[in-house]
Design a protein around this ligand. Structure first.
Ligand code: ZN
Length: 285
């Protein structure tokens, strides 16, 4: 969750603070995680050993067409991190958040009522999205490489996207609203934009995410934003980006039905498939 409210206390100790949402898109952390890049070459189509030979040796061989998005760079930013809760001093350290503001380096994120943490959800979904994109020839860069570290800080996460010259940056979160009946996803984008990338490109990325989430069967949030979109001035990861960027809050972890979906691998694959399709559609537009 990005936050409207933020929990900066270790989840297991948070008690009443668990009422807060995932708080903050800011990723956090002292030691900037090394950026790992993976490039996957699409598997060329080959005839099986038992297939008959091509019709005519003189005809030109089948041309393998690269996917439209091949060669593009996508930065995936799974919100929070598994070690944040046990390192309050590090993640509470103020860092630049854009628009003259500061924010804590990172936050713990939220969890389901049963204790399944947002950081585990976001990490798993990002991995699923990244694998799918890499299989299409897209270069994928993650802002964190595991779910046991601390941070990186929100400003560092933005820097990773900027330095990678990403064609698209997508932060992945889940919200934690205790408002009765609150459910649904929403996509945040920087507004008013602070640079050209935050203008039309980021708005289009956010709208494409919203549209694809909706056509994939997810309902827009009924408690925040409008029609699944939320214009924000306070999210560091968005404010500090010089690349097209959007942040998706996949749903409300405090809602029983959405919590069940997020807790299951099958459900996470559904979120990942929708986000993957959205990124591919954006890159092709
Ligand atoms: Zn979050």
């Amino acid at each position: 969750m990005v936050a409207v409210r933020r929990a900066t206390v270790p989840l297991l100790l948070a008690g009443a603070l668990l009422l807060t949402g995932c708080s903050d898109d800011a990723p956090a952390a002292p030691a900037p995680a090394p950026v790992v890049t993976r490039t996957v070459t699409p598997t060329p189509t080959t005839a099986s050993p038992t297939s008959p030979p091509p019709p005519s040796p003189s005809s030109s061989a089948a041309v393998t067409t690269a996917p439209p998005a091949a060669g593009k760079v996508v930065v995936l930013d799974p919100g929070h991190n598994g070690g944040n809760g046990s390192h309050p001093a590090e993640i509470n350290r103020p860092v630049p958040a854009g628009r003259g503001q500061t924010k804590p380096c990172n936050t713990t994120g939220t969890s389901t009522n049963a204790g399944y943490p947002e950081h585990a959800f976001t990490f798993d979904v990002a991995q699923r999205v990244g694998k799918a994109l890499a299989a299409k020839g897209i270069r994928v860069v993650y802002t964190r490489q595991d779910d046991t570290g601390v941070g990186p800080c929100v400003d560092q996460r933005a820097a990773i996207g900027n330095e990678a010259r990403a064609d698209a940056v997508v932060s992945i979160h889940a919200d934690g609203s205790d408002s009765a009946g609150a459910n649904g996803f929403h996509v945040a984008y920087s507004s008013p934009p602070l640079n050209a990338a935050q203008g039309e490109p980021s708005t289009r990325l956010a709208q494409t995410l919203r549209d694809t989430m909706r056509t994939s069967g997810f309902s827009p949030a009924n408690y925040i934003g409008a029609n699944g979109l939320s214009a924000r001035t306070d999210l560091a990861g968005l404010n500090l980006s010089t690349r097209p960027v959007a942040l998706v809050e996949c749903g409300n972890m405090r809602n029983a039905a959405e919590a069940a979906r997020m807790t299951s691998a099958e459900g996470r694959q559904q979120f990942a498939a929708a986000i993957t399709a959205a990124i591919e559609a954006y890159l092709a537009s």
